[in-house]
Design a protein around this ligand. Sequence first.
Ligand SMILES: Nc1ncnc2c1ncn2[C@@H]1O[C@H](COP(=O)(O)OP(=O)(O)OP(=O)(O)O)[C@@H](O)[C@H]1O
Ligand SMILES: O=C(O)C1=C[C@@H](O)[C@@H](O)[C@H](O)C1
Ligand SMILES: [Mg+2]
Length: 169
Amino acid sequence: MNKEKSIVLIGFMGVGKTTVSKLLAEKLNRQFIDIDEEIEKEFKLPIPEIFQKFGEKTFRKREKELIYSMAEQHGKIISVGGGAFLQEDIKNICLSTCTVIFLTISFENWKDRLRLIQDSRPVLHGKTIKEMEELFNQRQAIYADHHVKITVDHKNPEEVVAEILQKVD
Ligand SMILES: Nc1ncnc2c1ncn2[C@@H]1O[C@H](COP(=O)(O)OP(=O)(O)OP(=O)(O)O)[C@@H](O)[C@H]1O
Ligand SMILES: O=C(O)C1=C[C@@H](O)[C@@H](O)[C@H](O)C1
Ligand SMILES: [Mg+2]
């Protein structure tokens, strides 16, 4: 395992980036950073309220600034928001300075996670299941560039972490 490079987890909302990153950081004794949580701490508001009060643009700007400052630091485990790689600059800095791990899940299995994340994720609000599936499919393109891909279907977080440790060198 390269001790210098930070590890960045990407993937659609609810795929398990935060859960898996925390566990991975514990196992590797590294610092864990969740960009969504950092932004919520700064604004002292949950993400839906940040979107409502300040707009998505403000959220995306802070997301980019924070990821830039984190990507330059070594040895961290960083969970980024599901939409972070919409910004090419974020994608490029992560791919060039960190090991990028893409967590992926089938839409069928993702649907079982929906009730756990729906309230806290404004981009899902007001969408039908069909519209969510369209977003899910569209978003796959932004995750296409990565270093390691892990399919999480039917795996618990411990199993996902074990596979990451096997695949990341
Ligand atoms: N491998 C897994 N098996 C079953 N449930 C899981 C697994 N990984 C995560 N979960 C559960 O799914 C929900 C979403 O997980 P998590 O918050 O880690 O996703 P995320 O990718 O960080 O989502 P977001 O992009 O919205 O921040 C949580 O309630 C978590 O407990
Ligand atoms: O996929 C998205 O666009 C988002 C995912 C979340 O992690 C948050 O970053 C926010 O709700 C936006
Ligand atoms: Mg998360």
